[in-house]
Design a binder for this molecule. Structure first.
Ligand SMILES: *Cc1c(COP(=O)(O)O)cnc(C)c1O
Length: 418
C-alpha cells in the first residue's frame, strides 16, 4: 500500500492513517473532509502503461497500487468495475456533440456506481476489525453496502429517507441488512447515522466523512483513461459529465483523472460537467454566485441526487474549478426525457440520477458551454430498474388487448393514428 497519510481539504493539516479514521478533528466533519495521499513514485513502479498492458484482472482492483487497501486477501469476491464504455453516434447527434461515449456503471454487482466505494469500505471495516458497518443513503449507497456486507458476512445497519424508491429498499432487505426508514429527509437520516455510528461503534461508510470511499469511486476515471488509451493512444474526450449529489462521485472522478495524468497515461485533462436537478442545486448556485454553501430543500424526482446539504462540497467544487468545467442544472422533465433518450439512442437504461448527465450535456451544448466540435463521455451512474415509477412516468404504460390477431391489427391502426 502506497498511502502516505491523510490531508484535510480545509486546513491542509496532515495526519497518519493510524491517527484518524474519518475527518479532521480540528475542523469537524462539516468541513474537515480528508484526502488520501500517496507516494506516486512508488505507485508508478507497479502501475504504468506496461504493467497495465499485462494485467489480466479486469476489475477495479487492477489499480490496487492507487488504492488504500493493505490486505489483498480481504477483497470481496463480487466483480466491481471494468464496466463497458460505448461510443454512440446516435446519442452524439441527439445531444449535439461531435462524439459521445457512455460508461455504463449500472453493470456493477448491485447496479450502481456506489459499488466502487462500498468495495473499499468493507475492506477497510475488516482491516479495522469492526463488528458492524453502517451508512445513510438516498438508496444506492445503502443497497450497495448491503450487498458487499452480505458478501463478506459483516452485519450492516442502514438509514434511508422515507422517500427512497421501493426497489432500492427491497434490495437492501434481500441482502439481509437491518434497515431504518427515517421519517425525514436524507440529510436527517445522515445526521442520525453519524450519531448511531459514534454511539454503537459501527464502521461508517458515509462517503464524505470516510476518506477511503472516494478512492474507490476514482477508479471509474482510472478505467476511463485506460479504456480510451486502448481505443486510441493519446485520445480522450473534451468533457466528462456526471450527476452530483453529495459531491463525492465528481470528486472521485476528478482525482482519478489527475492521477492518470500524473502517471502519464492520460495525455491531457478534460473539463468536468457537474449536473444537478433544478429543484436541488446547491453546488450550481454556489459556483455561479461564487460563494460558500447554502443548504436548500431537495425537490426532484432524481432521488440519488436529492441532497440539500452536500457533504462533500469542497471536493465537488474543486473538480469544476480545477478542470475549468461547469455546473449545470436540469429540470425533472428533462431528466425523465433523458431516460428514454439514452435507452432509445444508446440502448442503456438508467435511473433518473443516472441519466441526468445526458440532460446536462444537451443543455450545456444549447447554452454554448460545450461546443459542437467537442466530445463528451457520460458516466451513467445507476441502472433504470432501480426506480420503476420514474421509468413508467417517462415511457408510459403498455397497450392492453385481448388475445386475438384482429385486436392486434386494430391496436396497430389506433396507435399509428394516435
Ligand atoms: C450517489 C449517486 C450519485 C451522486 O453521487 P454523490 O457522491 O452523492 O455526488 C449520482 N447518481 C447515482 C445513481 C447515485 O447513486
Amino acid at each position: 500500500m502506497h498511502v502516505t497519510g491523510l490531508q484535510c481539504v480545509h486546513c491542509s493539516r496532515t495526519y497518519s492513517t493510524e491517527e484518524v479514521d474519518y475527518f479532521c478533528p480540528a475542523c469537524g466533519y462539516h468541513e474537515g473532509i480528508l484526502d488520501v495521499l500517496y507516494d506516486y513514485e512508488a505507485a508508478r513502479q507497479e502501475l504504468n502503461a506496461e504493467t497495465l498492458a499485462g494485467n489480466r484482472e479486469f476489475a477495479m482492483w487492477r489499480y490496487l497500487p492507487l488504492l488504500p487497501v493493505a490486505r489483498r486477501e480481504l477483497i470481496p469476491h463480487l466483480q466491481v468495475g471494468w464496466t463497458p464504455l460505448y461510443e454512440t453516434e446516435k446519442l452524439a447527434a441527439e445531444l449535439g456533440t461531435a462524439r459521445c461515449w457512455v460508461k455504463d456503471e449500472g453493470r456493477n454487482p448491485t447496479a450502481s456506481f456506489k459499488d466502487r466505494a462500498s468495495a473499499v469500505g468493507v475492506v477497510k471495516a475488516l482491516e479495522k476489525k469492526v463488528a458492524e458497518i453502517t451508512c445513510a443513503s438516498t438508496g444506492n449507497a445503502a443497497s450497495s453496502l448491503a450487498g458487499f456486507a452480505a458478501a463478506l458476512g459483516i452485519p450492516a445497519t442502514i438509514f434511508v429517507p422515507a422517500r427512497a424508491p421501493e426497489a432500492k429498499v427491497a434490495q437492501l432487505l434481500v441482502y439481509g441488512a437491518r434497515v431504518f426508514s427515517v421519517q425525514g429527509t436524507y440529510d436527517e437520516a445522515w445526521e442520525l447515522c453519524m450519531k448511531a455510528s459514534a454511539e454503537f461503534g459501527w464502521y461508517n461508510r458515509n462517503c464524505a466523512v470516510n476518506p477511503y470511499l472516494i478512492e474507490g469511486k476514482k477508479t471509474v476515471s482510472l478505467e476511463l483513461a485506460e479504456q480510451f488509451a486502448r481505443l486510441k493512444p493519446g485520445s480522450f474526450p473534451d468533457w466528462v459529465a456526471v450527476s452530483v449529489g453529495d459531491g463525492c462521485t465528481i470528486g472521485g472522478v476528478w482525482k482519478g483523472l489527475k492521477e492518470m495524468h500524473q502517471l502519464g497515461i492520460l495525455p491531457r485533462l478534460p473539463r468536468i460537467l457537474g449536473v444537478q436537478a433544478e429543484g436541488c442545486q446547491p453546488l450550481v448556485t454556489a459556483w455561479r454566485e461564487q460563494r460558500g454553501l447554502i443548504a436548500c430543500e431537495a425537490r426532484t424526482l432524481a432521488d440519488s441526487i436529492a441532497v440539500g446539504h452536500p457533504r462533500n462540497f469542497a471536493k465537488g467544487m474543486r473538480a469544476i474549478t480545477e478542470s475549468g468545467g461547469a455546473f449545470i442544472a436540469v429540470s425533472d422533465e428533462e431528466i425523465l426525457e433523458s431516460i428514454t433518450i439514452l435507452a432509445r439512442k444508446a440502448g442503456v437504461f438508467g435511473e433518473p440520477a443516472g441519466v441526468a448527465g445526458v440532460a446536462g450535456v444537451k443543455r450545456a451544448v444549447a447554452a454554448g458551454i460545450i461546443s459542437r466540435k467537442e466530445s463528451a463521455a457520460l458516466i451513467m451512474t445507476g441502472n433504470g430498474l432501480k426506480d420503476i415509477l420514474s421509468a413508467i412516468r417517462a415511457a408510459g404504460r403498455a397497450v392492453t388487448i385481448k388475445p386475438g390477431i384482429e385486436e392486434v391489427r386494430e391496436a396497430i391502426c389506433a396507435t399509428a393514428a394516435g
